[in-house]
Design a protein around this ligand. Structure first.
Ligand code: NAD
Length: 491
């Protein structure tokens, strides 16, 4: 049975778990209420608030489904993922509106996420035909040596709220194509988008028990880490939770793939086209209200052009129209929760106490918007590279500007954080650009363009504390969901 819908234009949806082939309530009967962060009067869903018991039931179902699923082979499993891509594309508008209501991002950003998800699913489905190993030379005569990939077994997928469709899709799809069975635990802030995605996979042919959905908070994720039948956890979220998962799983050699936070810099050199740089930086910093792991949150700018760049950034940021993501003329939506808003405001307050100046923004927006978690687009100037706001991810529409003295000093500051997710460089000189690419310690680099993301067939990868384990969204992803076998055959 599908998640039960309650009639009404802005329906409150009862979102249930999906275990084996049933949509069911949490064993405890508890639910959580989710409201639209851009309009708190809008109750989006009531979702199952599960416990370790639900996690265990889901893992048991996933284990039982494994042998038949493995036997199906990657080509047929890929076909199911391809059908899922079509179903998601058919429900494009419904997905986008749900994402906007649950997360707050602009409807056009949500549509972009749906389109990207379809591309990711199509790419991953096709990879099923390439999921092979190698034939190798043998030392002995009349002998063939070969390598093969085998699925690792039951995997737990633990996801955040900021890409509530794309991130689950880029985990579930390769897990299923590889032949793993899945227990998927989405963020408690975005349960409905997760349920719609599972509906599509099930309608496309993901058979009973191969894709289980358990809603809830940390308790469910912690349980998945502890259940011995779970062979691997693919997690996206904060460094702190990633570390907790890795540490808790280490005694039993749990395989982990951890995609974590960022404190991403845009390095602007003295020869850069400042208008183009400002446009790109504003897009990278304030898109999705700054709530992307690759969002630009630091600008490291050469002293020679510092004043000119700050003026351009402040003008552009101040001109952004803050509003409900559903409104066509909104340019900056709310942040996702009261907790996130508080983190942004506290971060700004601390930065100002340490000597930074808010050249625009810095406060909550209450006027001209619905009751929601709206933060003004904020540009902080005079930020010290070692201050909290320059070192820690606060995940909101707040951009810190730090001065540097040329390329070497700029690269030193860019690399002076524990994260290494993404970075952008702005210069007209190819030698500067390639030097920066050689020396910036970050996974995803951009030159003269917004410093966010990459394409579906490229590794989604960070350096330092931003990432652990094989990358997602590329052929490297199979190194998480499969393990190698060798065979030597004499004839
Ligand atoms: P979070 O770490 O708070 O939670 C992520 C998920 O982990 C949620 O499903 C949550 O319920 C679960 N969880 C919480 N505590 C747990 C525990 N002890 N054990 C197991 N699971 C637990 O992150 P969030 O607030 O949902 O998302 C924002 C974070 O995600 C940011 O740090 C952002 O940079 C990061 N992120 C990273 C990427 C990437 O690809 N690297 C992409 C998007 C978001």
């Amino acid at each position: 049975m599908e998640p039960r819908r309650i009639a009404g234009r802005r329906a409150v949806v009862e979102v249930r778990n999906h275990i084996e082939d049933r949509w069911c309530d949490a064993e405890s009967g508890r639910t959580r209420e989710n409201r639209n962060p851009g309009d708190l009067a809008d109750i989006v869903s009531r979702s199952a608030d599960s416990t370790a018991a639900d996690a265990l039931a889901a893992v048991t179902a996933a284990q039982a489904a494994l042998p038949a699923w493995r036997a199906l082979g990657p080509v047929r499993r890929g076909e199911i993922v391809m059908r899922t891509a079509r179903l998601v594309a058919e429900r494009r508008q419904e997905f986008a509106e749900t994402i906007t209501r649950e997360h707050g991002k602009l409807l056009r950003e949500a549509l972009g996420e749906v389109d990207r998800t379809v591309a990711l699913l199509e790419y991953t489905a096709g990879e099923g035909r390439r999921l092979g190993g190698a034939t190798l030379p043998a030392d002995d005569p009349r002998t063939m040596a070969l390598t093969r990939r085998e699925p690792i077994g039951v995997v737990g997928l633990v996801t955040p709220w900021n890409f509530p469709l794309a991130i689950p899709a880029w985990k579930v799809a390769p897990a299923l194509v590889a032949g793993c069975s899945v227990v998927f635990k989405p963020s408690p802030l975005t349960p409905l988008t997760a349920a719609l995605l599972v509906e599509c996979f099930v309608a496309a042919g993901a058979v009973s028990g191969v894709l289980n959905l358990v809603h809830g908070g940390a308790e469910v994720g912690e349980a998945l880490v502890k259940i011995p039948a779970v062979a691997g956890i693919s997690f996206t979220g904060s460094v702190e939770v990633g570390r907790a998962i890795h540490t808790a799983g280490a005694p039993r050699f749990l395989r982990t793939q951890l995609e974590m936070g960022g404190k991403n810099a845009a390095l602007v050199l003295a020869d850069a086209d400042l208008d183009a740089a400002a446009d790109a930086i504003v897009a990278g910093a304030f898109g999705q209200a700054g709530q992307r792991c690759s969002a630009t949150s630091r600008v490291v700018v050469d002293r020679a052009v510092h004043g000119e760049l700050v003026r351009r950034l402040a003008e552009r940021a101040a001109a952004l129209r803050v509003g409900d993501g559903m409104e066509a003329d909104s340019q900056l939506g709310p942040v996702v929760s009261a907790e996130r808003l508080r983190a942004c405001l506290d971060g700004v307050r601390q930065a100002v106490a340490e000597g930074a100046v808010a050249v625009t923004g810095g406060e909550r927006v209450n006027e001209g918007v619905p009751d929601g978690y709206f933060m003004a687009p904020t540009v902080l100037d005079g930020v010290r590279p070692d201050s909290y706001i320059a070192q820690e991810e606060i995940f909101g529409p707040v951009l810190s500007v730090i001065e540097c003295d040329g390329l070497d000093d700029g690269l030193r500051i860019v690399n002076s954080v524990r994260y290494g997710m993404a970075a952008a460089v702005f210069t007209r000189d190819p030698a500067f650009a390639f030097t920066a690419l050689d020396r910036i310690d970050a996974g995803m680099l951009h030159v003269n363009r917004p410093g966010v993301g990459a394409y579906p067939h490229m590794p989604h990868i960070g350096a330092k504390e931003s990432q652990y384990g094989p990358a997602e969204c590329s052929p490297q992803v199979w190194d998480f969901y499969t393990e190698w076998r060798t065979a030597c055959i004499s004839y």
